[in-house]
Design a protein around this ligand. Sequence first.
Ligand code: AP5
Length: 216
Amino acid sequence: MRLVLLGPPGVGKGTQAKLLQERLGVPQISTGDLLREAVARATPIGLKAKTYMDAGELVPDDVIIGIVEERLAKPDAREGFLLDGFPRTVPQAEALAALLDKHSIPLDAVLALEGNEETLVRRLSGRRVCSSCAATYHVDNAPPKVEGVCDQCSGSLIVRDDDRPEAIRNRLQVYARSTAPLLDFYRERGQLLTVDASGTAAEVFEAVWAALNRAA
Ligand code: AP5
């Protein structure tokens, strides 16, 4: 399965990508996670990306396209992948199409998760991530067993810099301006599946699975 997960910040792309990864056995490729790793390792790309990310702005297309191309070339992506957070602009979508065409690899579907602004803000402002292993929690919807402590590695849970109110506001505007046009881009190509993501993570996963099966 080769899938793109599309949708506004906080709608649950990462959460659903992890569930799909378990079910399908193909890797989740999250450009947000790849960038955060680069920031943590203070690589040249990480140092360049950090200012954009903290402000909720998009990292320049050429940087992101290079990262994705490199990641898709790894052996674990040969049998399939779940792109989470890429593409996010029309030039990125065009670059992905060109890359897949070059290798004669078809994209099975683009799954757009939908949620209203109130839900998105609630999910983003309540999100906590492990500073050590990057596992994701939510203070109300998916709390850790012990407050502030990661269930998986006992690392401390923190608020992402871009989950602060000003950055959230900006990310939502950037999504509307730069990423929402991709819905038409993929709809016109007959590749778009939309799923209401307002339910619980398990309910959304059921709807995602049903949509993928209907389209297969
Ligand atoms: P990225 O990390 O991709 O951020 P995002 O798209 O804004 O997505 P999020 O990770 O915030 O949300 P999500 O939809 O994955 O939701 P999640 O499952 O975590 O990108 C960060 C930054 O990197 C960008 O701003 C940009 O600067 C840069 N970047 C990345 N890709 C780029 C690209 N292609 N081009 C340029 N720049 C790029 O869920 C959120 C919370 O809600 C969690 O707490 C979760 O537990 C909870 N939750 C999830 N689902 C449910 C549910 N159904 N019910 C209740 N709670 C739920």
